[in-house]
Design a protein around this ligand. Structure first.
Ligand code: ADP
Ligand code: BMX
Ligand code: ZN
Length: 288
C-alpha cells in the first residue's frame, strides 16, 4: 500500500510517497510559509499534497508543535511563522480526501530511528536540532506521547537560567540557545542576520565567533543528553535535524558529553534515516 507522508518543520515542508516496504518513491520539498494565518499554511500544503494524493491510500503527518487529537498547538509559535493553532488532521484530510494520522515530528522520527536500532535496545531518545530543538522518547519499546502530546519536548528544558527568553515563554531553554534559530539570534556583529548554515560554514573557515556559537550549541546539547540519560536511562541517543546532522557537530557534542561523569555517558549516533526520519516514522505508525 502506498502512503503519503508529510513533514511540517519550522523551515521546510516535505512530502513523500512511501511504498509498503517503507521506501521513498517520490519526494518534494518547499519552504514553510512565514505567516501568522492558517490560510497560508493550508495553501502551501495544498500545492504540495494535491498532486500526490490520488496515488496514496492514507496520509501520515509528522509536524512541529504539540499534536493532540489532530490539532497542532505551537509551544514556540515563532518557529511556525507565529501560528499558534492549526486544525492539522482536518485540513490535510480535506486537501487529500484521505484518512490522516498526525503526530509531533520528533516523536515520529524517534519511532523510525528506534526501528533501525539493534533489537536489544528498548530505551532510546531522538533529538532533532533544527529550526527548534525537538525530542522523542521510546521507553520499554513504547513511544511516549503523554496525555496531551507534550512528551519528549526536550528543547524546552533549562540550559541556562541567565540565557535568552524562549518563544515558549520560559527563560534559557535549550532551544533558545542551541537551535538553528537560537544560534542565528545570538550571532552579533559581522554574523548578525546570518542563518545557522552560513554560521557553521564560517566556523569551518576559522571564524572565532562562529566557532564559539557552534561550540555553545554542542555543549548545551551534551548537557541535555546527560539529563535525558538521568531521566530515562536510555541505551542510545540519536541526533537528527539539519544542525544535528551538520558536519562535525555530533563529534563536538560527543566531546562535551565525554566530560560529564561516567553515569551520564550514552552512545550517540546520527539518524539512520537522515532528514527523512520524521516522514518514515509517521508512515510506519500509520501503516495499518
Ligand atoms: P526543519 O526545522 O524545517 O525540520 P531543518 O532540519 O532543515 O528544518 O532545520 C533548519 C535549520 O537548520 C535552519 O536554522 C538552518 O539554518 C539550519 N541548517 C540547515 N542546514 C545546515 C547546515 N548544513 N549546517 C548548520 N545548520 C544548518
Ligand atoms: C519546537 C516545537 C516542537 C518541535 C521542535 C522541533 C513548535 C512549533 N515546535 O520545540 O514541537 O518538535 O520545535 O521542530 O512549537 P523543527 O521544526 O525544528 O523540526
Ligand atoms: Zn522554550
Amino acid at each position: 500500500m502506498t502512503l503519503l507522508a508529510v513533514d511540517i518543520g519550522g523551515t521546510k515542508l516535505a512530502a513523500a510517497l512511501i511504498d509498503g516496504d517503507f521506501q521513498i518513491v517520490e519526494r518534494h520539498e518547499c519552504p514553510t510559509p512565514a505567516s501568522k494565518t492558517p490560510q497560508v499554511l493550508t495553501a502551501s500544503l495544498e500545492t504540495l499534497l494535491s498532486p500526490l494524493a490520488q496515488r496514496a491510500k492514507c496520509v501520515a503527518v509528522a509536524s512541529t508543535g504539540i499534536i493532540h487529537q489532530g490539532i497542532l498547538t505551537a509551544i514556540n509559535p515563532g518557529n511556525l511563522g507565529g501560528l499558534l493553532h492549526f486544525p492539522l488532521q482536518e485540513t490535510v484530510s480535506r486537501i487529500t480526501g484521505l484518512p490522516c494520522l498526525a503526530l509531533n515530528d520528533a516523536q515520529a522520527a524517534a519511532w523510525a530511528e528506534f526501528q533501525a536500532l539493534d533489537e536489544s535496545i528498548e530505551d532510546m531518545a531522538f533529538i532533532t536540532v533544527s529550526t527548534g530543538v525537538g525530542g522523542g522518547i521510546v521507553s520499554g519499546g513504547e513511544l511516549l506521547m503523554g496525555s496531551g502530546g507534550l512528551a519528549g519536548h526536550l528543547g524546552h528544558t533549562l540550559a541556562d537560567p541567565n540565557g535568552p527568553r524562549c518563544g515558549c515563554g520560559r527563560i534559557g531553554c535549550v532551544e533558545a540557545i542551541a537551535s538553528g534559530r537560537g544560534i542565528a539570534a545570538t550571532a552579533q556583529g559581522h554574523l548578525a542576520g546570518l542563518d545557522a548554515k552560513v554560521i557553521f560554514a564560517k566556523a569551518r573557515e576559522g571564524d572565532a565567533q562562529a566557532q564559539s556559537l557552534m561550540h555553545r550549541s554542542a555543549q548545551v546539547l551534551a548537557r541535555l543528553i546527560a539529563d535525558v540519560k538521568a531521566v530515562t536511562d536510555c541505551q542510545r541517543v540519536v541526533m537528527g535535524g539539519s544542525v544535528g546532522l551538520a558536519d562535525g557537530y555530533l563529534a563536538l557534542v560527543a566531546g562535551y558529553l565525554s566530560q560529564e561523569p561516567s553515569v551520564y555517558q550514552v552512545t550517540l549516533q546520527a539518524a539512520y534515516y537522515r532528514h527523512d526520519a520524521g516522514l518514515l516514522g509517521a508512515a510506519m505508525l500509520a501503516q495499518p
